[in-house]
Ligand binder design. Structure first.
Ligand code: CA
Length: 363
């Protein structure tokens, strides 16, 4: 009898620890543009570094070239991270910007890639002064296929199963150019074996009308069913217009995200996505006093609806912390543990992995 009870207890202990291991594996580290805190964003070296740091998913922002190739690049502009203005001085549009959509892949491959900069008083000023120095070493832009092959190759050589987390940038802009970027990206994902919800892939976008089309038209037509994430931004911030709505008469107006922050939004979102990627202040009330976290309506509702929550962007650089966190580890604790988000986008995947390991929330 005693033995039986011990076996039963042992069984419970094993089951409990298995459960914890499964839970632990659930907290995700998403390497935002790779290990972009240490190497120029989205370069293959930044992706290899994030992989080696133990990230669960590596992020790809994707835009299309003039000749319909898919490249990994955050903006649909080339001028903030390359020498395009020196190599092709006359190829900007009326707004002064150089659009990836106006260049062929061969042209883009001639460009040198560097840490993000701004032009201030006619001079290039590095955005994050403490990061990898501008114009050092040699970096180039690559295709989505190149990156997937590198990640799958590293999975093969290490025995790991690191995922991809693909964002289509400005599908509405591509549509104005007669291009269907979402369909093109899905075709690549299918070619490389990412077709089911259990595959290690997330498909993310700010473009809500396009994401709904992906869910309701493209995925069924392509016999695919992968995890979708609605990215959410602050539409009151007119500096960042992520999405334009194309009206039947061809006119454009900014897409308003405000409904996503209102009560009842999570129920509507769960009709077409598996999770949300909100700006982090949309998860934790900015008025939260230190040590007592208050979730927003969006975060509370998303949990009730079973939507995954992957906020962005967690940066350890000086001046990037919210007032309620003393240091980066506390910011991670507030979100991973107190707010209990499922994963988060960070430029510093090593710090997130180390934090989770210390708290037994990551293998
Ligand atoms: Ca992104």
């Amino acid at each position: 009898m005693q033995t039986q009870r011990n076996i039963l207890l042992a069984g419970i202990v094993v089951a409990t620890s298995l459960f914890s291991a499964a839970q632990a594996a659930d907290k995700l580290v998403i390497a935002h543009r790779g290990a972009s805190g240490y190497l120029p964003e989205h370069t293959l070296p930044a992706k290899a570094m994030a992989f080696a740091m133990g990230a669960d998913y590596l992020e790809q922002d994707v835009v299309m070239t003039k000749d319909d190739k898919l490249i990994v690049l955050h903006d649909h502009y080339l001028d903030r991270v390359t020498d395009v203005a020196q190599k092709f001085p006359h190829r900007h549009r009326r707004d002064g910007r150089y659009y990836a959509l106006d260049f062929t892949l061969d042209e883009i491959k001639t460009l040198r890639f560097t840490e993000e900069f701004r032009i201030e008083n006619g001079r290039q000023q590095q955005k994050f002064a403490n990061r990898f120095p501008m114009w050092k070493s040699e970096f180039r832009i690559h295709t989505l296929q190149d990156e997937i092959e590198m990640i799958q190759g590293m999975n093969h050589s290490t025995g790991r199963d690191v995922g991809i987390y693909v964002e289509t940038k400005a599908p509405w802009l591509h549509k104005l150019e007669g291009k269907d970027i979402s369909k093109a990206v899905l075709e690549v994902l299918r070619d490389y074996g990412y077709t089911k919800k259990t595959d290690k892939v997330y498909f993310q976008s700010f473009d809500a009308p396009d994401l709904e089309r992906v869910k309701k038209e493209l995925l069924p037509a392509m016999n695919m069913n992968i995890k979708l994430i609605q990215l959410i931004t602050n539409s009151d911030d007119q500096k960042v217009i992520e999405t334009m709505v194309i009206h039947p008469d061809g006119s454009l107006t900014p897409y308003s995200y405000s409904w996503m922050l209102q009560p009842g939004a999570a129920a509507k979102l769960s009709e077409y996505v598996d999770g949300i990627g909100p700006w982090y202040p949309m998860v934790v009330q900015s008025s939260s006093p230190s040590g007592r976290v208050e979730l927003t309506t969006l975060a509370k509702e998303a949990k009730r609806q079973g939507l995954q929550i992957h906020p962005y962007t967690f940066r350890a650089d000086p001046g990037q912390l919210p007032s309620y966190a003393r240091d980066f580890d506390e910011m991670l604790r507030i979100f991973y543990i107190e707010a209990d988000v499922d994963g988060l986008f960070t430029d510093f995947p090593d710090k997130s992995v180390q934090f989770l390991q210390k708290n037994r929330l990551h293998r």
